[in-house]
Design a binder for this molecule. Structure first.
Ligand SMILES: Cc1cc2nc3c(=O)[nH]c(=O)nc-3n(C[C@H](O)[C@H](O)[C@H](O)COP(=O)(O)O)c2cc1C
Length: 211
């Protein structure tokens, strides 16, 4: 069980953790990186299948190629917006792969654990959900280590598979960039730029049935 200050620490991390896409050049120590990876590896997973792998990228050449793939996708997605909204979308900084000292591609291996993983038999996407738990653990651990993290999902999986030599049956779920930042916002960046805001929790809670 947690004592009061440990409990406060957990809630502080949950409420203050932010998605960050701007990094200064300060490198991350091996110890901190290992702590973050270890936190990811201690996430819950369906049937304890641990479907994740971590491709740790510090090569500037590889980062450039990943950033290029993301920018292609961001341009492609901008077609869904028009006029002022399109200009605003394209002005958002949606990745910081080039600047971040480390980017990690977190993958999902749907075959891990064989054909009969407890729980995954009923809901196959629980393997990807397990990877999401792993990433959230890494996000909170990064916050605890004073390191900023940004989740990047704007890419075509085929591009990332090709750049990182990932086999066809492995799913690249996320690129996460890690580094130090000069500015750690108190609110989500998308809220700060009036793109979206936090919904009222009371409107999302139902009692006994969907109302
Ligand atoms: C599955 C997932 C994918 C995301 N992909 C991106 C992304 O590609 N680019 C980006 O800028 N932020 C991305 N984000 C971060 C969200 O924009 C961010 O979590 C949200 O705006 C709330 O802000 P906060 O994380 O600071 O609370 C992603 C978050 C999640 C959970």
């Amino acid at each position: 069980m947690l004592n009061d200050s440990e409990r406060e620490g957990i809630f502080k991390a949950i409420f203050e953790r932010r998605d960050i896409r701007s990094f200064n050049g300060k490198p991350i120590s091996k110890d901190k990186l290992n702590n973050i990876l270890m936190a990811g590896h201690h996430a819950p997973s369906v049937g304890f299948m641990q479907p994740w792998d971590f491709i740790v990228i510090d090569s500037q050449g590889v980062k450039e190629r990943l950033a290029h793939a993301c920018h292609k996708e961001i341009q492609a997605l901008s077609i869904h917006y028009e006029d002022e909204k399109k200009t605003r979308f394209l002005s958002l900084k949606l990745e910081g792969i080039r600047e971040a000292p480390i980017t990690i591609c977190i993958t999902c291996d749907p075959t891990r654990g064989g054909g009969h993983v407890i729980g995954r038999n009923s809901i196959p996407e629980t393997d990807i959900l397990s990877v999401a738990c792993c990433i959230q653990n890494m996000w909170l651990a990064s916050y605890a280590e004073g390191i900023a993290m940004g989740w990047v999902s704007f890419y075509k999986k085929t591009d990332v598979r090709e750049i990182l030599n990932i086999p066809p049956h492995i799913d690249p779920i996320a690129l996460i960039s890690l580094g130090y930042t000069d500015f750690y916002p108190t609110k989500p960046i998308l809220e700060q730029v009036n793109w979206e805001r936090r919904r009222n929790l009371n409107n999302l809670i139902h009692h006994n049935a969907w109302e």
